[in-house]
Design a protein around this ligand. Sequence first.
Ligand code: NDP
Length: 599
Amino acid sequence: MAPPQEPTPTELRQRYRIERERRVRPDGARQYRGTDAEFGHYGVDPYVGEAAEREPVHDAVDVAVVGGGFGGLLAGARIRQQGVERVRIIEKGGDFGGTWYWNRYPGIHCDIESHVYLPLLDETGYVPEWKYAPGEEIRRHAMRVAQHFDLYPDALFSTAATSLRWDEASEKWIVTTDRGDAFRATYVVTSTGTLSEPKLPRIPGIEDFRGHTLHTSRWDYAYTGGGPDGGLTRLSDKRVGVVGTGATGVQVIPMLAEDAGHVYVFQRTPSSVDVRDNRPTTAADVSADHEGWARERRDNFLRIVSGEEAERDLVADGWTSSAGLLEKLLPSFRRCGDRESFESAYEAADAAKMNELRARVEQIVADQDTAEKLKPWYRYACKRPTFSDLYYPAFNRDNVTLIDTADTHGIERVTENGVVVGDTTYELDCLIFATGFSVGVSGIHSGKLPAHGRDGVQLRDAWAQHGPHTLHGFTSSGFPNLIQMGSLQNASSVNFTHILDEQAVHAAALIAAAEAQDALIEPSHEAEDAWRATLAEDAPDHEWFHAECTPGYYNGEGRGRPNGPTAYPHGAFAFHELLKRWREESMAEALRPRASREA
Ligand code: NDP
């Protein structure tokens, strides 16, 4: 039999447009809501229950770090390395780990190679057991880092920072929390994460469902039985619905398929699911025999996924082999040479990869109708690419049914007994939301964690008129000794812990310099303006790509991304080089004398 003909570029473009139109909704990001209120169990930490009583603290520390995920931990570790004594991390969860503390759903793994994802491997001497680490190994590593850098004694767990206020007289921050704490800190570092606010679709009737509900970031093992490795035996007689087939859905669905009575997968947009090939770490995988091996490997990965030249590909996986196609997401992406031939070559490479991924579905999924529904019809990386060798085989099981909800823009209604799509009601005992997070919303930008700087001005208000004003994304005039971590006016990468580590090194260097010179960290307006000009100069136009993509959080749910340059235009690797040079040559730009010293 002749092999099926591959679609022409015009046919593909047409198909992608049709598939996008099937999914774009007029309400864009407003189709989502938070997870609190009537989903009562979201208010309580499922891993420690109600927080233990403790006395509020009213002391003074050198540095307060808001957030105990890898960003906060890295800040703590790098600041400790500078010899700073009192570092207090404030964390909502009952322990360190951030997203890895909250997300413990069955099947959870990191989709980036553990040897480059887990930070501080050189420093802690730890070699990950698996190429792609399970969540529990990652969470244990977070705790290892905290122990190694002695970050437990001053930490405040099950505690949310509620306000930051600059006190001009003492030139310190006053930090308050929801546990009645009010303490002083010479410096504040914020690292509140990008995947910390779970979201639910605003589906009519969602509150009426009488069965059990949960969001994947708050798994309820008391209900399902088992643990992150599976064994969800209490679901054996249950009809389980899963909403969402993103990176989380792809990991959790095969585990549910193993144990649940029946699994109904409500899919709106299929993920692209590439080969995973996970395996235990071997000596051949990682040359952990010399100092700095992890840093070397991590730098090599960042080089490749940032579109830089690299002599070797140490990680050699799905991310690095498709790095060329990821480049269109990078600020540094440039169409080079003759535009027309460049674009058609690029489009052809994209089509080849996506054809390969669609063929993979056909090879694995036996039922043709199901296979058709699982095929991703969009350009590579319109959605975060996913990797699994378990996902497609799950659809060959009799107890798994795929329901395509694209034509109804998602599930339409929830009733007391189940979920409605088109003319059919699917009766369920349990409904699981793998519907993701409000990505990228930082508390001090949204006002949820008000930061009042000089003259009581709140950061959100200071930026309301002209947008964010920072030097390198970290510091802002009017907000002395406040250092923000995150990707705003900074840089990003698929391996975000690497970005966070570079940021932590930078934050620690700023603090060390301020201490050495008895100065405040506060850039001038001029330095901020110059940084904005750098970001604007050469700012790439990604809209051509996102405008053709199926909706999701990468492209503002199909409506385009916020205007204005938000990242360094030459990519993460170049940004880190720039920061290093700046620390060596121009750090004084961000320091000013203390008023107390001037008086
Ligand atoms: P996503 O936002 O990626 O996915 C949400 C899913 O819910 C999508 O499939 C979405 O469909 C679906 N959905 C939302 N509303 C409806 C509705 N009304 N009806 C039907 N379906 C609906 O969330 P994830 O938790 O999967 O992933 C979030 C991010 O977390 C990832 O992009 C990644 O950065 C990170 N992550 C990382 C992992 C790692 O290994 N490092 C593992 C897991 C997550 P649609 O696509 O049509 O909007």
